[in-house]
Design a protein around this ligand. Structure first.
Ligand code: DOR
Ligand code: ZN
Length: 347
């Protein structure tokens, strides 16, 4: 088997870059390997207007290292007060690539999200008409639903009814974590796609909880049992173009993770591609890695794939990467896959 793989430069279809000192500290980690990323709008306050998306995009561009080749693809945070005309204008003007729906209370900085899905019906209809993709955080927030069931219940209670009520709406179910979600995507039309994170291909819930609690493996949706991880691996390495990479790399300063009430998020920007090559090799699917990282996402978002290429080379010694990134907002621990990595990315 070959010791090198050349891929079109990958894109990250779900990324948290934050703002200020954290943005400046971690943006180089994504810009090093990725050409574009869908930027999550869950700042405080959230990015809700086209003007805010433009200003945030400019702050991201200003935070990139000299000479970086990285394009942030902006999103708007959907609230019950979002005006359809604003969304359509921002998309028409090339300011945004998608709109993000957070059920209120589902995750970090989601308090301004949607409580009553009927109140965003008009916006979703206008988006369906204009072809604006909707990125969905797919978890119910009902406290009576077990956290490990929240994604599967969301599909039945919210996502499927919403898609039926809005024909033609193009939806990305973000960071899927269950066999229920991969089966739902496979059974749906090409209007539905799903992103899969790097960490959910690697960890199951035992990694978080067995033998001690590991806060750097805690994210939302929380990793599920092993059978679900295997379903995610099968989907990612299936060649089905409806599945593509969205790392959900989500930095928090270490003290906010290593806390009595720790924040959700795994920071994988630094070593994602080495981990993915390892996973795809384990699955005997290295030939499908480029589809997952570099082709399927652009196809769904109706963008051309990147022309530049990167080369991954298998090396005998383990790839080294920093255990944490020191940012002006504090140290951020890099996701530890728990095994040595041997696929290095050539400059
Ligand atoms: O683990 C997560 N972290 N999941 C999310 O949905 C949000 C993200 C964050 O912003 O930290
Ligand atoms: Zn996210």
């Amino acid at each position: 088997m070959s010791d090198t793989i050349t891929l079109r430069r990958p894109d990250d279809w779900h990324l948290h870059l934050r703002d200020g000192d954290m943005l400046r500290g971690i943006a180089p980690e994504s810009a090093r390997h990725f050409a574009r990323a869908i930027i999550m709008p869950n700042l405080v306050p959230p990015v809700v207007t086209g003007a805010e998306a433009r200003a945030y995009r400019d702050r991201i561009l200003a935070a990139l290292p000299e000479g970086a080749d990285f394009t942030p693809l902006m999103t708007l945070y959907l609230t019950e007060a979002t005006e359809a005309a604003d969304v359509i204008a921002a998309h028409r003007d090339g300011l945004i690539a998608a709109v993000k729906l957070y059920p209120a209370g589902a995750t970090t900085n989601s308090a301004s999200g949607v409580r009553d899905f009927d109140r965003v019906r008009g916006v979703l209809e206008a988006m369906a008409e204009a072809g604006v993709p909707l990125c969905v955080h797919g978890e119910v927030t009902d406290p009576g639903i077990d956290i490990f069931d929240r994604e599967a219940v969301f599909i039945d209670r919210v996502l499927d009814p919403l898609r039926r009520a809005t024909p033609g709406l193009r939806v990305v179910m973000e960071h899927v974590t269950t066999a229920d979600a991969t089966a739902y995507v496979r059974a749906s039309s090409s209007d539905l796609a799903a992103t899969i994170t790097t960490h959910h291909l690697v960890i199951n819930r035992n990694h978080i909880l067995a033998g001690g609690i590991r806060p750097h493996y805690y994210c939302l949706p929380v990793a599920k049992r092993e059978s679900h991880r295997l379903a995610l691996r099968a989907a990612a390495t299936s060649g089905d173009a409806r599945f593509f990479l969205g790392t959900d790399s989500a930095p928090h300063p270490d003290p906010a993770k290593e806390s009595a009430c720790g924040c959700a998020g795994c920071f994988t920007a630094t070593n994602t591609l080495s981990i993915l090559a390892h996973v795809f090799e384990e699955e005997g699917a290295l030939d499908l890695l480029e589809g997952f990282t570099s082709l399927n996402g652009p196809a769904f978002y109706r963008l051309p794939p990147n022309e530049a290429r990167i080369t991954l080379r298998r090396q005998a010694e383990p790839v080294t990467y920093p255990a944490r990134i020191n940012t002006g907002a504090g140290p951020v621990t890099v996701f530890d896959p728990g095994f040595a990595l041997h696929w290095a990315i050539e400059a």
